[in-house]
Ligand binder design. Structure first.
Ligand code: SAM
Length: 270
């Protein structure tokens, strides 16, 4: 099975990406934090933004509503069709070979290619492509999954005993052939993500905790209370607000990035 077949199959048959960010507390945290962090680095609208691996366009939609001129690219047919139906300019394609001219965009965003491209050379190619289509001085922002996310997530969900081998593989190699939760994926250490962004020629590289330490509260709720009424202590105050506040506070302390399941890396084209 090629990487495209695997992605096509996963995102067509097994995962409804269009609802992922709205249907769980963790998804809502991810969406809110992407808006918050991207918002820190994007120029004022109307600027041109490329959403590479943009899926069905959940981020592209709020970017467009905020006044940005967005182009989305994704290799999965269903995603491109859903994004187009939502009014987004969307094309079928691969982050490793972008169909755009040099310096077409004020900013580029890759939330998908960095973890779905398991070969380091492919990630290098994708990052160089993103840099190529970004204007000098513009930002390239990426989402990656922390190498430790499966260890902590499986523990919080009380699934570590059953998933021990996969978790151990990922901690050791950043990859597991037995990982059936996601289409093929790689898991970055913070240092590795930083070095990949610097290696692509970006400067002023920062790595933020996207979901932050409070993301584990949302994983706990999603995994143990799916379909159940939440007890009062998990309804008030809203755990999403708690997790957001935690991520913001942790963001002031760079060492806390290690405690975040998702990483948001960003750098500027030199
Ligand atoms: C988990 S989804 C995230 C979608 C969206 N970016 C978001 O953050 O909500 C990962 C996306 O990355 C896309 N993707 C995977 N490999 C890619 C590649 N080589 N080039 C472009 N997109 C890719 C997938 O098709 C999928 O839509």
């Amino acid at each position: 099975m090629t990487i495209h077949d695997e992605l096509e199959n996963f995102y067509t048959e097994r995962c409804d990406e269009a609802s992922r960010l709205g249907s769980s507390v963790k998804g809502r945290l991810e969406l809110a934090r992407v808006r918050e962090l991207l918002g820190r680095y994007l120029p004022e609208p109307p600027a041109r933004v490329a959403d590479i691996g943009g899926g069905p366009g959940v981020h592209a939609q709020w970017l467009q509503s905020d006044g940005y001129d967005v182009e989305l690219l994704d290799p999965v047919l269903r995603h491109v069709a859903e994004a187009s139906a939502a009014g987004i300019n969307a094309v079928l394609g691969d982050a490793r070979k972008l169909p755009w001219e040099d310096e077409e965009f004020d900013a580029t965003f890759l939330a998908g290619p960095m973890y779905h491209l398991v070969d380091a050379a492919d990630r290098r190619t994708a990052l160089r492509e993103a840099v190529r289509v970004t204007k000098y001085g513009g930002f390239v922002a990426v989402v990656a999954i922390n190498r430790t996310a499966n260890l902590i997530g499986a523990t919080v969900a009380n699934e570590l005993i059953e998933r021990r081998e996969v978790v151990a593989d990922i901690l050791r190699d950043g990859f597991s052939a037995g990982n059936d939760r996601l289409a093929q994926a790689t898991y970055h250490t913070v240092a590795q993500l930083r070095s990949e962004l610097i290696g692509a020629g970006l400067r002023a590289v920062s790595i933020h905790g996207l979901t932050g330490p409070g993301g584990w509260l949302t994983v706990m709720i999603d995994s143990h209370y799916k379909g159940l009424a939440l007890p009062d202590s998990l309804r008030e105050p809203d755990p999403l607000e708690t997790a957001l506040e935690c991520a913001r506070l942790a963001d002031r302390h760079p060492e806390m990035v290690q405690a975040s399941g998702l990483l948001f890396g960003v750098g500027q084209r030199d």
